[in-house]
Design a protein around this ligand. Structure first.
Ligand code: SF4
Ligand code: SF4
Length: 55
């Protein structure tokens, strides 16, 4: 998964929804820990701005 940072408004809904807590906010930016991500897609579904895409 990757964050399209220009589209992200920092609502943190993806951070809350991730079942394995692979998403966090660092220095105002949303980051996905790719080693922890299981590719469930919940973050992308939860994003109101379509700022998360599969890669
Ligand atoms: S795809 Fe699933 S596991 Fe990966 S960051 Fe998004 S919510 Fe978390
Ligand atoms: S859900 Fe979308 S807009 Fe909200 S913090 Fe995550 S990437 Fe940004």
């Amino acid at each position: 998964m990757k964050i399209i940072s220009e589209k992200c408004e920092g609502c943190l809904s993806c951070v809350d929804v991730c079942p394995v807590r692979a998403i966090s906010q660092k220095n105002g930016k949303i980051v996905i820990n790719k080693n922890e991500c299981i590719g469930c897609g919940c973050c992308a579904s939860s994003c109101p701005n379509d700022a998360i895409e599969y890669e």
